[in-house]
Design a protein around this ligand. Structure first.
Ligand code: ADP
Length: 181
């Protein structure tokens, strides 16, 4: 494969599916600042993985307070097939500087996975559900950030999966990714 990014693009996988079933080292949760996993992918993760994920999240909030937008924290995954859940807080569309904040949320999730020496990580379309970020722009920010991260330094991360739940979102990610090949 000859492209500008070389093998970095080939370490990215775009797929349709339910992220709670992903057999990777860590899945990423599109969390809110209170880590109250009450809807969207967050609720699906707690339902599949167990209430322990919510309890561990509550302990984090007790210790450090709210998780600011763009930051990420990690919990165990309990009954999920992955080993860890990385909870990141993406921007709410309309609050301003959304692209930069979403970039930061994805970058910090990847960095946390790197600190834990993880090899594979799966992301949902962070911020593009309840938080209202446009799905096509979400695809660009998430994929660009993964490429930037994988190119920027030697990391334990071998594979970055984008696991999209619906056809429309999958279509945007697939289209943007194909144009990089
Ligand atoms: P946010 O509040 O950051 O927008 P949401 O959970 O509302 O987060 O949505 C983020 C994305 O996750 C949306 O594209 C939504 O369709 C998707 N999603 C919901 N459930 C799942 C799941 N089980 N696996 C993967 N993606 C999911």
């Amino acid at each position: 494969m000859t492209n500008h990014f070389g093998s970095v693009v080939e370490r990215i996988v775009i797929k349709k599916g339910d992220i709670t079933k992903e057999n990777v080292d860590a899945i990423v949760n599109a969390a809110n600042s209170h880590l109250r996993h009450g809807g969207g992918v967050a609720l699906a993760i707690v339902k599949a993985g167990g209430i322990e994920i919510q309890k561990e999240s509550d302990e984090i909030i007790k210790k450090i307070g709210m998780v600011p937008t763009g930051h990420a924290v990690i919990t165990n995954a309990y009954r999920l097939p992955c080993k860890f859940v990385i909870h990141t807080v993406g921007p709410i569309y309309g609050e301003g500087n959304e692209d930069e904040k979403l970039h930061k949320a994805i970058y910090n999730s990847l960095y946390l996975a790197h600190l834990y020496n993880l090899k594979s990580i799966a992301f949902p379309a962070v911020s593009s559900g309840i938080f209202g970020f446009p799905k096509d722009r979400c695809a660009k920010v998430l994929i660009d950030t993964a490429i930037e991260f994988l190119e920027s330094f030697q990391t334990s991360i071998e594979k970055v999966v984008f696991c999209l739940f619906d056809d429309e979102t999958y279509g945007y990610f697939e289209e943007y990714y194909k144009n990089l090949l």
